[in-house]
Design a protein around this ligand. Structure first.
Ligand code: NAI
Length: 260
């Protein structure tokens, strides 16, 4: 692409954004942030009731938000829903691959194989399937952005979370490889590695445990809020973020920076 033709606006206004896992936590915060910046947002999630609530809240503030139920463990549904959503929303400029699950299972537990398959399917396989379904739309955009959500568990690890950590490390590899492959089409692919964030995923951890962990492990001595990840996602999805690709960005309150 001719460098002179690169779109470098510092605004996502009017851009079409597709977000997976948008009924809760980081995904719903991301939908709200993009909507508040004037983007056209499509929310997807397997949790239909949660999806409706978030879409109605955004709609009440901003006019409209499209919502499509989608279970990303179903590849056929991914193809159908992404095609419908892209068409309904006037394309896809920005894809946020966010939906996820997290559970612990020791390597020698009876259920480990099923646990592994489920984590790899939802956290990793689905990301490439959503990207493939979105590609025809992204190729029509003059500032196509793919943002994959991994985790600091892709960079370090917690005992009992091996399937989650392996899948998230896979997201890092997928991000780098697709950044290289799609770079010639000016489609950027980046990855955010959130640290500990207050969401549905961490809701079962007590406040005391969270405070102790954050004080010991993060530089900022606290858990993050989902909005703090959402703002970073929106930043790297700007048209002006045109030379950032293949980046693996910890947004972790300094967790990976801290040794002592
Ligand atoms: P959350 O539990 O609040 O939200 C996850 C959303 O994904 C939910 O709305 C859920 O319904 C949806 N989801 C799960 N499986 C799905 C499926 N098969 N199909 C469609 N939707 C599905 O959790 P959170 O924290 O907002 O998670 C978002 C992403 O952030 C995940 O990829 C997670 O691994 C990642 N992350 C979260 C961290 C945290 O501390 N909360 C830390 C690092 C990464």
């Amino acid at each position: 692409m001719d460098v002179q033709q690169i779109e470098t606006a510092r605004s996502v206004e009017g851009r079409s954004v597709l977000i997976t896992g948008a009924a809760s936590g980081i995904g719903s915060a991301t939908a709200r942030v993009f909507a508040s910046l004037g983007a056209r947002v499509v929310l997807t999630d397997r949790d239909e009731a949660g999806l409706r609530t978030v879409a109605a809240e955004i709609g009440a503030e901003r006019g409209a938000a499209e919502a499509f139920p989608l279970d990303i463990s179903d590849p056929q549904a991914i193809r159908a829903v992404v095609a419908r959503a892209g068409t309904a929303n006037g394309g896809i400029d920005i894809l946020v691959n966010n939906a996820g699950i997290s559970a612990m299972a020791p390597i020698d537990s009876d259920e480990y194989d099923a646990h592994w398959d489920r984590h790899l399917a939802i956290l990793l396989t689905a990301q490439q399937q959503v990207i493939r379904a979105a590609l025809p739309f992204l190729r029509q955009s003059n500032a196509a952005r793919i943002v994959n959500i991994a985790s600091t568990e892709a960079l370090g690890a917690t005992s009992g979370l091996s399937a989650y950590a392996a899948a998230k490390a896979g997201v890092v590899g997928l991000t780098r490889a697709l950044a290289v492959e799609l770079g010639k089409e000016a489609i950027t692919v980046n990855c955010i590695c959130p640290g500990p964030i207050e969401t549905g995923m961490t809701a079962a951890i007590s406040s005391d445990q969270k405070a102790t962990y954050a004080a010991r492990r993060t530089a900022l001595r606290r858990y993050g809020r989902p909005e703090e990840i959402a703002h970073m996602i929106a930043s790297i999805a700007l048209p002006g973020a045109s030379f950032l690709t293949g980046a693996i960005i910890p947004v972790d309150g300094g967790l990976t920076a801290r040794n002592g």
